[in-house]
Design a protein around this ligand. Sequence first.
Ligand code: HEC
Length: 159
Amino acid sequence: MSKRYLLIAAACVLGAAGLAQAQSAGAPSAADTVKLRQTAFALSASDFGAMRHLADGPGEVKDLAFNANALRRWAHVLPTAFPAGTGPEAGVPTRAKTEVWSDRAGFEKAAAAYATEADKLFELAKANDKAGFTAQLKVVDETCDSCHKVYRARPPQAK
Ligand code: HEC
């Protein structure tokens, strides 16, 4: 090997080491990103279920403004939880289908529809409009389902 090649090889090793260091110092790994978004989805489902339960009861929906705001905030940042390289090819258990990346425009449109309807839910909570809020919960739920139908795989079969 010539000196020149040795230098290039050394530069590559240093570069790779730098990358690994950058990852451990800040940027999350693909596995961490998948776990983070799955946790956010689980929390959002928990938030949604709690709102549905409380809206069925005698309370006022203005008390759910915090919950509705949390849901809409998540809806607005949802696509950022799916960076390139965090799909099934990352080798970590994920139900995100490859379509999240191959049909990115469609995925972002589905997320935007969710964010728009979650924004409305928040406004209805602030306005203390219980009938409107209850009806809007169903509309938001439909935006969850329509994204899942296309971009989320079925859960692994229970044994
Ligand atoms: C724009 C698309 C999209 C929208 C909108 C969406 N989801 Fe999901 N959801 C996904 C994808 C993709 C996954 C799979 C994530 C993974 O496994 O990496 C997922 C996973 C989940 C999970 C499983 C989390 C876990 O524990 O692994 C739950 C629960 C969930 N979503 C609930 C909801 C609820 C409730 C809503 C609406 C209030 C919603 N989602 C809206 C795409 C979406």
